[in-house]
Design a protein around this ligand. Structure first.
Ligand code: AVJ
Length: 316
């Protein structure tokens, strides 16, 4: 019985994380990186978000894969090294295995610990596929370890995670993806599309308030990591579609004048002032196709759902 291998690349230490958090809080406007949303509780809250009727991206993307995976596989061909960026539970990639028939599976996520269980059970179901778990943060730079191996690579980046990048950073990321793919490499990527404001805003401000809890959880992380004294009841969840920038923005808005304190610093917030916590960019099919070409991909194919709410691109 083969068993998956694991490696953890350089991990940011606590001092660096504290420094990053303090710098964000002192910014104008104050901000906290969305990467801090995903501790154990935050990851569970995100999983709950994907079950909400208002949060359409996950199920729309799944329907696109269910309908078109055979066509995608026909273009990609079997025997690839499938590199899953932000693998989490590995569930999305696992659904592609029967039709894509990869020779190797490399699951990358921030924490290698999160990958151990998922990969071990996936290995039992697919003993013929070589598996590797990589702990790495590719939010600033996409660099795969040598152990990821050669062979024809298929980079898999579902879920519209690319939406967290500014378009400039997204272009940089896509260029790196093209380089990491090498000659004959391909990228399979999910992208959320521009649509009517009420649909977008409800997806990020649901009536059950799960997204509000997901956002407010950042304050618990600030308190735990930075030793901050934020009170969750002092903040309101705000999600709005910034049409000019084509992005959903999430903020934590102060309900009253207050001051956040932490060892070595403080930040005053007036009532109504916000901490910017996330951007989720929305693309048009033409706009994202242009970005892929600018990044050096010569061939692109795109599949969408009937309402054209979400798109999956295959680029090579
Ligand atoms: C995981 C970045 C794709 O932007 O839709 C969901 C995160 N934030 N609800 C997204 C998120 C609020 C999600 N991504």
């Amino acid at each position: 019985m083969p068993s998956p291998q694991f490696i953890q690349l350089h991990r940011e230490d606590d001092a660096a994380l504290r420094q990053e958090l303090a710098q964000g809080l002192l910014g104008q406007p104050a901000s906290v990186s969305p990467k801090f949303l995903y501790d154990a509780l935050g990851s569970r809250l995100f999983d709950a978000i994907t079950e909400l009727p208002e949060y359409y991206p996950t199920r729309t993307e799944r329907a696109i894969f269910d309908a078109h995976a055979p066509a995608m596989a026909a273009l990609v061909g079997p025997g690839r090294t499938l590199i899953d960026l932000g693998a989490g539970s590995c569930e999305k990639a696992a659904r592609l295995f029967p039709v894509m028939q990869p020779a190797r599976y490399v699951a990358v996520d921030i924490s290698v610990d999160y990958l151990r269980q998922a990969l071990a059970s996936l290995q039992r179901q697919h003993p013929g596929v070589e598996m590797l778990g990589v702990g790495a943060d590719f939010s600033s730079a996409l660099e795969l370890p040598r152990e990821a191996g050669g062979g024809e690579r298929l980079l898999f980046y579902p879920g519209s995670s690319i939406g967290n990048f500014t378009p400039e950073a997204a272009l940089r990321f896509l260029r790196q993806a093209r380089q990491e793919g090498g000659a004959g490499g391909a990228l399979l990527i999910g992208v959320d599309l521009v649509k009517a404001r009420p649909v977008l805003e409800l997806a990020y401000d649901d009536p059950l308030q799960v997204t509000a809890a997901f956002n407010l959880n950042l304050l618990r992380r600030l308190n735990a990591l930075l030793g901050c004294d934020a009170r969750l009841e002092d903040f309101a969840h705000v999600a709005l579609f910034n049409e000019a920038a084509s992005r959903i923005e999430m903020h934590l808005q102060a309900r009253r004048d207050l001051t956040l304190h932490w060892p070595g610093g403080e930040r005053r917030l007036a009532a109504g002032e916000r901490i910017h916590t996330e951007n989720s960019y929305k693309y048009t099919v033409g706009g994202f196709d242009g970005l892929l070409r600018e990044a050096g991909f010569a061939r692109t194919t795109c599949w969408t759902d009937e309402r054209r709410w979400f798109a999956v691109f295959l680029a090579s």
